[in-house]
Design a protein around this ligand. Structure first.
Ligand SMILES: *Cc1c(COP(=O)(O)O)cnc(C)c1O
Length: 330
């Protein structure tokens, strides 16, 4: 497997919204999409996506992680962009059909099949800046991916950014391309200037998240993270970790915290980023106003590792799926 996201299965699932209705979906060979240069998405960024994984267990069957929840999040993203909202049953079936088609191409755990449903506005109109795209294409890409931690679990270094925001109030919890475009400049600048891996966006001191992952603080007995609001993406990994932590007896504190408090908390708490690609990745260092702050001793902590393993054991079929998060295919 090449780098994450660079290798693709040779089919996609695809459906079009035309004449006010979703047309029948199909599995088609992967090839370039013919697109009109005036397509709404090229000019007005009418696009959203999802990202989640399917695992192939020892029994040869695939299990898709939190399919229903990802479909629901995609519907929410589509609605916020005023794109035609995919029917939940249709999108789930597209994903299941594609996974079934490629079940033998899924590498064994800890590798997996990354799934990327994508919705784009295809209305041909460059005068539609203030109008929704009444036509759309929905497709699902599949990409075999390896284990994020195959190179060893080194810790991440984050820049604490207090001035700029990752997104806007109206699109903070929408999984849409424009948010990554907005985070890219600050992230590249921070990489160059401070040698960090990511930027932790904390506008006006409010600790939110990085460009593509949620942020958690973890100790022997509690997990702290920002409560759900419209400023950040509601990660399924975040939600899963919180539920499993509660099962294990950790106190789950979904609460606001400031940068000042954060710098104090990391002397006693582990810090981690959560997201589908990396699951739960340990943070070792924060850079704030040009100064470095170690998270505890700067190494990966035992609670982060424990919670990651508890979640991955469910995904890999090594522990019971007590929350009914997996959808079996074939
Ligand atoms: C996708 C994403 C996450 C993580 O969500 P998961 O469902 O856990 O993969 C977090 N933040 C942003 C901005 C994201 O785009």
């Amino acid at each position: 497997m090449g780098q994450f996201g660079t290798e693709f299965c040779d089919h996609i699932a695809i459906a079009r919204y035309e004449d006010g209705a979703w047309q029948a979906s199909s599995i088609e060979p992967l090839k370039p999409l013919p697109m009109h240069p005036a397509s709404h998405v090229f000019h007005y960024a009418s696009t959203c996506f999802e990202g989640f994984k399917a695992y192939r267990w020892d029994d040869g069957k695939a299990r898709i992680y939190r399919l229903k929840d990802h479909v629901a999040r995609m519907q929410k993203s589509a609605a916020s962009l005023r794109l035609p909202v995919p029917d939940a049953g249709m999108l789930a079936e597209m994903v299941r059909d594609l996974v079934a088609h490629h079940v033998d191409d899924i590498p064994a755990p800890p590798s997996s099949l990354y799934l990327r449903p994508t919705l784009i506005g295809t209305l041909e109109n460059i005068g539609a800046a203030a109008a929704p795209s009444s036509e759309a294409t929905l497709f699902v890409l599949a990409s075999p991916v390896g284990d994020y931690f195959s190179g060893g679990a080194s810790t991440l270094k984050l820049l604490v950014e207090e001035e700029r925001a990752r997104s806007t109030e109206q699109l903070g919890s929408t999984k849409t391309g424009g948010n990554y475009a907005a985070a890219l400049g600050p992230t590249l600048e921070a990489k160059e200037k401070y040698g960090v891996d990511q930027v932790l966006f904390c506008p006006n001191g409010d600790v939110q998240e990085t460009g593509a992952a949620n942020f958690l603080l973890i100790s022997d007995d509690e997990v702290i993270t920002k409560p759900l609001d419209s400023t950040f993406l509601h990660g399924m990994t975040r939600d899963s970790v919180l539920k499993l932590a509660a099962d294990l007896g950790y106190q789950v504190n979904e609460r606001e915290f400031t940068v000042t408090e954060l710098l104090q908390l990391v002397t006693t708490h582990e810090a981690a980023l959560s997201g589908t690609a990396a699951c739960l990745a340990p943070v070792g260092t924060l850079v704030y106003r040009g100064e470095e702050f170690k998270v505890r001793d700067g190494d990966a902590g035992p609670n982060t590792e424990k919670l990651r393993k508890v979640l991955q054991d469910i995904q890999y079929g090594l522990a019971a799926d007590t929350h009914d998060w997996l959808t079996q295919v074939k």
